[in-house]
Design a protein around this ligand. Structure first.
Ligand code: ZN
Length: 308
């Protein structure tokens, strides 16, 4: 780190190229770094952390479930729905410094849940935090590859996966728009992209419910109520944009709950356990709603009501 700082200071004193389209509150510098076979240009983003960033975030987000070793420390936490998330800002900072091209959405994908949104990038592109926060987790994991998790001051966590390099460490305070690492293709990934996850107390949330991924970088609302349908990948398709139904009051969210029943038609090979896992409904709840026993035999074509 010292050597990086030293080289930044040195580079500041030498040739600099200032870029106009750097994220908010940061200074993007394109430097020439010497490598064995010649000279290559490298991009460094230095955030300008104003004292307000520290002052306005008085909530201590590290008191509960602060775990820098486990990706999901909330494993046994029961979350009551609808859950409320509030924002101070109306905009987030784009995680990449160019137009965001979504290559895969939050939703069901090839028989599995895809619990994040894929944003196209080229290996080596700068990735930055979309909001102020503290790095909770920064390491290599088999699925996510090199991954950074940032907890924000409203309890929301954002995960940046498949990075080629991690440039922060756990407990680092991060400003919105601050460079955290470089995009890549590490872990279970085919092709370089950013897999961005939004979660709250261990519950994955459809990122497009919270953030508008067009170039406006808008946060959908300052107060958002998240119902289970916005946490379940099986309710959405990774290939299509889901129809957005924002709940900005608790009443709206509660009123919507009445509708979150799903008719499931039993298919060949289905078991109660498989239906339960795929739809995130407990076996007990399926049995209760449909007045069947755990040991009941399912027929192909049988209709089950799933209360989600
Ligand atoms: Zn992904």
């Amino acid at each position: 780190m010292k050597s990086i700082l030293a080289s930044i200071v040195f580079l500041l004193a030498s040739t600099l190229l200032f870029s106009q389209n750097a994220p908010n509150d940061s200074l993007k510098i394109i430097v020439e770094s010497r490598i064995k076979k010649g000279v290559t240009s490298q991009e460094i983003i230095i955030p300008i952390v104003d004292s307000d960033t520290i002052k306005k975030n008085i909530v201590d987000i590290k008191t509960e479930f602060w775990d820098t070793v486990n990706y999901n420390p909330y494993r046994n936490e029961v979350v009551k729905f609808p859950l409320q998330i509030t924002f101070k800002d109306s905009n987030y900072a784009s995680p990449i410094a160019k137009n965001k091209v979504i290559t895969s959405r939050y939703g069901w994908r090839r028989g599995r849940p895809h619990q994040g949104i894929d944003i196209d990038l080229v290996t080596g592109d700068s990735v930055s935090s979309i909001l102020d926060g503290v790095v909770r987790y920064a390491r290599y994991s088999r699925g996510h590859g090199k991954v950074v998790v940032i907890r924000h001051y409203n309890g929301l966590e954002t995960t940046y996966a498949h990075l080629s390099s991690i440039n922060v460490k756990p407990n680092d305070t991060i400003a919105k728009g601050q460079f955290i690492g470089k995009g890549g293709n590490t872990g279970r990934s085919t092709g370089s992209h950013l897999h961005l996850v939004t979660s709250y107390k261990g519950q994955y949330i459809h990122p497009e419910y919270i953030f508008d991924f067009s170039e406006d970088n808008k946060i959908r609302a300052k107060e958002l109520w998240v119902t289970k349908e916005w946490t379940r990948a099986s309710f959405h398709s990774s290939r299509r944009q889901s129809k957005l139904k924002l709940y900005t009051t608790e009443d709206q969210a509660l009123a919507s709950l009445i509708k979150t029943k799903k008719v499931y038609v039993v298919r060949s090979g289905d078991t109660l356990s498989r239906i339960s896992k795929r739809n995130n409904v407990s076996i007990a709840a399926i049995c209760r709603t449909n007045s069947i026993r755990k040991s009941s035999t399912l027929r192909i074509g049988q209709k089950l009501i799933l209360e989600l």
